[in-house]
Ligand binder design. Structure first.
Ligand code: BGC
Length: 763
């Protein structure tokens, strides 16, 4: 059926601000307080609030901060970030509230990305749990620990959609899907901010990197981004908006350009979309020296780019001091207005007010809290459980897994005994020396520790210069300088009497993350050589794969009988790996990014368009169709994929109706049966395809999912209810509409293997 009319439309440009209710009494009190405070502030003190120096050891940009103490006393600092320890933070806060003229407290930020000292899996791993409670809980614990140690603001959640595994920061996000990404963004914000931002155990979220940072050309970090507005609104914006809808108190601008203008200077992004369309009323901080970098983008000198950023709607300048050093002059020259400075200053003060810092600047500085609230047994147990739920079982031929607890295991590989690399990227507060390695974890869970033999078998990469580059931030990989053959021979020897070989391989923690893009995402050849030697022994081999990105592991898929992808599981990673290897936890993670067969297929994602020349279903290659000569269009492992130790079958779908009225609903029911020998959790996924539209529509889009525990032998009826909201998209005019016509609904355990049914949306 042809769609002819637009049923629901909402003009995107309508300002939500105009629709806002009257201010609450709390807000009135806050406004009054801030008005009185600002009346006392000099121009310099107002500009000072917009300045955010970095105080930590990590310098990611072109400059580092200096003279911070003096500037705090002068009133030239609004906050600081990446200082660890409550004692230090208390001391610095004391300088601000005792020695500066107006005694305005500082806000203390940190990259608390996946946990604080109890480190949770990297966000990409966390997303593979598809478990919103676990994800929210991970952010809750991170907030609890960070706030006990003086932090009240985190630069998280990072919600950049990415379809490019070359990009190292794919590790920090939730994968490729806008709907799942948006649900995760909301869960994280809820976890950090709780119900009351002024409570001493909640912290302010900062959703980043707004916007489109995950789509750099060629997957190279910081590179140019260019995409259509339809793609932005439908595919890349939803997670940022999700975080805003959940109340994220702040937003971080991204480094990249959007429509030819660096995001930091984009009034369209910062004011029109974020504030006017989405109703955001918190503050916006740049990324690290994001203003200064606009000089290299070719936007002008520091004074020019600082004025551009302020006018776009940026409130706080991270590290670069463009605001601090040039805004006064720009004001004198009439390039910016006092109103613009006031608006930015007010937003920073509001954030401090909402965090309760004016009431008590030491709210997050209780020196006694860390001893009982940080890195506690309970938090570590939760991190261990979460890690086990983030792992994705990619292959398990002959049910090699789970292992018997009395098995003789040869534990080999460069990541088997490697505590420093368990936590993954971005762990500012983590004590990764204390992390549980796989060797430690197996030792804890096996019944027969004496039957475990160990050998390293290989370095992570063959090139020592590359190995040094990925051994950043104190996460040395432990370089073995002996000839590779000798190291491999040692591993083969260690495997001689084993029942099974567990090969712990993959990437180093800092092979992914910021400025860690890779042009080759296969398992390094030296590790593959080790695998070949291990396979030659004829013993069953289980590959435990550490990775911060989807790797192109076609050869391993074809040759290794069992593969467990464990991302970087955090401080308890090794214990969680052992829990899953021995079957104490049945794997239930599902991929949130597509694993390509090879790098040439990238970007490869499930929710693509059909094109005018799609490859006929079931075919590998057809001339003059959209395909490659040398590789099929298929993913190695599709979005949503992940095995269990048990098996699940899906019945055909039953729809409560074959038609939906614009104000109606349809229930879609499927029976899912656990056919194996273990109780197991299954992520049941619902996708929709809009068959005909006024613009082209993806072949499938995730619209709902549920994670359910199904006991062995049991069948569960799963019912999803969809309504018109699930059918809406941003059309050519960027109106959010649903168009009448034919739809397909799919339900399955991944995006490829699904049951389907048709329905019609009537006018
Ligand atoms: C990163 C941000 C981070 C900031 C502060 C930047 O280089 O892009 O994600 O929050 O540094 O550490």
């Amino acid at each position: 059926m042809k769609k002819i009319s637009i049923l629901i439309s909402a003009v995107v440009a309508v300002s939500i601000m105009q629709l806002k209710a009257q201010p609450l009494p709390d807000e009135i009190r806050m406004n009054q307080f801030i008005k009185e405070l600002m009346a006392k502030m000099t121009l310099e003190e107002k500009i000072g609030q917009l300045n955010l120096p970095g105080a930590g050891d990590i310098t990611t940009g072109q400059t580092a901060s200096s003279d911070i103490g003096k500037k705090i006393i002068e009133g030239s600092v609004g906050g600081l970030f990446n200082i660890s320890s409550v004692a230090k933070i208390r001391g610095v806060q004391q300088v601000a509230v005792e020695k500066s003229r107006l005694k305005i407290p500082l806000i203390f930020g940190m990259d608390v990305i996946h946990g604080y000292k109890s480190v949770f899996p990297i966000p990409l791993g966390l997303s593979c749990s598809w478990d919103m409670n676990l994800i929210e809980q991970s952010a809750r614990i991170a907030a609890q620990e960070a706030s006990a140690d003086g932090i009240c603001w985190t630069f998280s959640p990072m919600v950049d959609i990415s379809r490019d595994p070359r990009w190292g920061r794919i590790a920090e996000g939730s994968g490729e899907d806008p709907y799942l990404g948006s649900e995760i963004a909301k869960a994280m914000v809820r976890g950090y901010q709780g119900k009351d931002l002024s409570a001493n155990n909640t912290i302010m979220a900062c959703v980043k990197h707004y916007a489109l940072y995950g789509a750099p050309d060629a997957g190279r970090d910081y590179n140019t981004v260019d995409m259509s507005h339809q793609r932005m609104y439908n595919e890349y914006f939803p997670p940022y908006k999700g975080a805003i809808d959940a109340g994220s108190g702040s937003v971080m601008a991204s480094f990249n350009e959007v429509d030819g203008i660096p995001a930091t200077a984009s009034k369209w992004l910062m004011t029109e979309v974020l504030r006017n369309q989405w109703g955001f009323n918190g503050f916006i901080v740049t990324d690290y020296t994001g203003i200064n970098e606009m000089i290299d983008h070719g936007m002008g000198d520091l004074k020019t780019v600082s004025a551009l950023a302020l006018k776009a709607g940026i409130d706080m300048d991270m590290v670069g001091e463009g605001f601090l050093t040039t805004l006064k002059q720009s004001l004198a020259e009439g390039k910016i207005t006092m109103d613009q400075i006031d608006a930015a200053c007010r937003r920073i003060l509001e954030a401090k007010y909402k965090l309760g810092l004016f009431e008590d600047p030491y709210r997050y500085c209780d020196l006694k809290r860390p001893a009982t609230e940080v890195y506690t047994d309970a938090n570590r147990m939760q991190a261990r459980k979460t890690a086990a739920h983030s792992f994705v079982l990619l292959k398990n031929e002959g049910n090699i897994l789970p292992l018997k607890k009395n098995a003789r295991i040869a534990l080999v590989g460069p990541l088997a005994d490697n505590r420093l690399n368990m936590c993954g990227t971005w762990t500012v507060a983590g004590d990764f020396e204390k992390a549980i390695s796989v060797k430690d974890g197996i030792g804890m869970v096996t019944a027969k520790p004496e039957l475990i033999t160990y050998a390293k078998g290989s370095n992570i990469v063959a090139d020592s210069a590359l190995e040094a580059r990925i051994g950043m931030f104190g996460k040395a990989t432990g370089w073995d300088s002996r000839p590779a053959e000798i190291v491999i021979a040692e591993a083969v020897k260690a495997s001689q009497n084993a029942d099974v070989i567990v090969a712990v391989m993959g990437e180093a923690a800092e092979s992914s993350g910021e400025s860690s893009s890779m042009s080759d995402i296969e398992l390094p050849e030296n590790q593959r050589n080790l695998l070949k030697a291990l396979l030659k022994t004829g013993k069953p081999v289980v590959m435990v794969l550490f990775a911060g990105r989807p790797m192109a592991i076609k050869w391993e898929h074809e040759n290794v009988p069992a593969i467990l992808n464990v991302w970087f599981g955090g401080s308890e990673a090794g214990a969680a790996v052992a829990d899953v290897l021995f079957g104490d936890v049945v794997p239930s993670g599902k991929l949130t990014t597509t694993f390509p067969q090879n790098i040439g297929q990238v970007p490869l994602y499930y929710n693509h368009k059909n094109t005018g020349r799609p490859l006929p279903e079931g075919q590998w290659f057809t001339k003059f169709r959209s395909n490659y000569l040398d590789v099929s269009n298929e993913a190695l492992y599709p979005f949503g994929y992940g095995l269990s130790y048990t098996g699940f079958t899906y019945s055909d779908l039953v729809l409560s109706s074959k038609t939906m009225k614009p104000d109606g609903k349809i229930d879609i029911t499927v029976r899912v049966t656990n056919t194996g020998n273990f109780d197991g959790e299954e992520v049941v996924q619902l996708y929709i395809r809009d068959m005909v539209g006024t613009t082209t529509r993806p072949v499938k889009e995730l619209k709902d999912f549920t994670k359910v525990l199904i006991k062995k032998g049991e069948t569960r009826n799963i019912t999803f209810t969809i309504d018109i909201e699930d059918l809406k998209f941003y059309n050519y005019d960027l109106q959010h509409v649903a168009e009448a016509g034919d739809f397909k609904v799919f339900v399955g355990g991944n995006s490829r293997d699904v049951k389907s049914a048709d329905f019609v949306l009537t006018e």
